[in-house]
Design a protein around this ligand. Structure first.
Ligand SMILES: NC(=O)c1ccc[n+]([C@@H]2O[C@H](COP(=O)([O-])OP(=O)(O)OC[C@H]3O[C@@H](n4cnc5c(N)ncnc54)[C@H](OP(=O)(O)O)[C@@H]3O)[C@@H](O)[C@H]2O)c1
Length: 429
């Protein structure tokens, strides 16, 4: 191969360091690496100590100049954040340079603008690393599963929350205790909002659902609930009933629309996603005719994420070698149409409800009648513990019911003071 493809790397943090390490150590990898060279690395601070051995002459703090540099053929964005990442990526596209990015937050918010610009310019924007780190789910949706009609997709797409829920289940611990331990170990950020409140998972589900169903899913249309409300008691009662609680992203066809949601979910113990522990991510795709396929693996970490980034670089290099100036349609993200999204109120699921009620005869019957007034049938209702204050903990599992009816029943239950308080409400898979 005559041409050398020079990579401009934006960011040398967790992922950027992993990318630089692979590019500088091509031995025993694909022969195509011979054509790829790390040319310049953009960072914020030139003075910072770097764990990767890198020629200091490669570093620059002028990221716009890096993108502009005519010697750079491919721009890899692993700096994160919305700006200046968005402007730099659009700048690279405008100069006809392919982009590889791991930036899910940016793509979930500005993906339409970025992919439209890329399509207009006829350049690749590759995003394998943006969803589930090292797991090859994006290329699978674009290519390997391309013959299928995708019926549904669900997954554990946030490692931090899965780590917290796994430890809560294993140790019988409460959320706040495990979150603090996860922060100490570096598995959770000091501001854990993006992870524990489901924002990161919603970003990833917007991207995955867009690819799976061939229409852009607006981030604002993804229903989102985090895991702060999951207690040790809920995890224990769910386990007694045969379920594991996971933060699940779910995207499925609902008639002619799509439903895309992220929330804590009771998963039957024998479901493949129930066994996914710790920071591991997993995605289950249901396609016609393939049926169910499950991908699982490391959803984050420098090496795992860099594995996806550099594979995208190699794919771009190979595509440019084979057909310079032409775009392989199976490597694009070409969906211009916005997806019609079903309102959350139309979603049908069964529910788990934990109530704290007065310990007196007839309470369970009254709860059942209140649910019944809204057309909510109960699969099971069981009195569990008597709490130290004398109140009774009652757990109910409903039959599948429309969200609208369930919310009506819950609002009604909240009005009836004598029935006590609704402590937790979660959906079942
Ligand atoms: N970490 C993961 O496991 C993981 C997994 C999947 C996807 N991602 C995505 O990958 C991207 C990078 O994540 P990361 O964990 O590697 O981030 P990180 O460790 O915080 O590194 C960010 C890098 O970008 C540089 N940078 C940031 N803003 C800059 C600016 N305005 N000007 C110049 N340089 C700037 C920083 O420079 P300095 O070094 O000088 O501060 C640093 O080298 C994010 O979009 C993230 O969502 C990460």
């Amino acid at each position: 191969m005559a041409k050398t493809y020079r990579v401009g790397l934006l960011g040398l943090g967790t992922v950027g360091t992993g990318v630089a390490q692979i590019l500088q150590d091509p031995g025993a990898r694909h022969p195509l690496f011979a054509a790829v060279k790390l040319h310049r690395v953009g960072v914020r601070s030139l003075a910072k100590e770097r764990p990767v051995v890198l020629d200091p002459a490669l570093l620059t703090a002028d990221l716009a100049a890096l993108v502009d540099d005519p010697a750079i053929d491919i721009v890899v964005e692993v700096m994160g954040g919305l700006e200046p990442a968005r402007t730099l990526i659009l700048g690279a596209i405008a100069r006809g340079k392919p982009v590889v990015t791991a930036n899910k937050a940016l793509l979930a918010r500005h993906g339409v603008e970025i992919f439209r610009a890329a399509q207009k310019q006829g350049v690749y924007v590759m995003l394998e690393a943006a969803v589930c780190g090292g797991i090859p789910v994006i290329q699978s949706l674009k290519q390997s599963l391309g013959a299928n009609r995708i019926v549904g997709l669900m997954g554990i797409v946030n490692g931090t929350t899965n780590y917290i829920l796994s430890r809560m289940a294993a140790e019988g611990a409460e959320f706040a205790t495990v979150l603090a331990a996860a922060q100490e170990l570096g598995y959770a950020e000091s501001d854990p909002t993006a992870d524990v409140d489901g924002y990161d998972a919603a970003d990833k589900m917007a991207i995955l659902a867009s690819l799976a169903f061939g229409e852009q899913v607006a981030l604002a249309s993804v229903y989102r609930e985090g895991i702060r409300g999951v207690t040790g008691a809920d995890i224990a009662y769910a386990a007694e009933l045969g379920f594991t609680i996971k933060l699940l992203g779910i995207a499925q066809r609902q008639g002619s629309s799509l439903g895309v949601r992220v929330h804590p979910t009771l998963i039957p113990r024998h479901h493949p996603l129930a066994a996914v522990q710790g920071v591991t991510n997993a995605v289950q795709i249901l396609g016609d005719p393939i049926g169910e396929v499950v991908f699982s693996g490391p959803g984050a970490g420098g090496g795992a994420t860099a594995s996806a980034v550099v594979a995208d670089v190699l794919n771009v290099v190979a595509a440019l070698e084979v057909a310079p100036g032409r775009v392989n349609p199976l490597m694009e993200f070409p969906f211009d149409r916005m997806a019609a999204i079903a309102p959350m109120s139309a979603t049908v699921t069964a529910f788990y409800v934990r109530l704290v009620a007065a310990d007196r005869p007839g309470v369970i019957g009254e709860i059942g009648v209140t649910f019944g007034r809204h057309g909510v049938s109960l699969e099971a209702i069981i009195q569990k513990n008597i709490l130290p204050n004398g109140a009774a903990e009652i757990v109910a599992i409903t039959q599948p019911v429309q969200e609208l009816a369930m919310q009506g029943a819950l609002a009604d239950l909240r009005q009836v003071q004598s029935l006590g308080a609704i402590a937790s409400v979660f959906r079942l898979l």
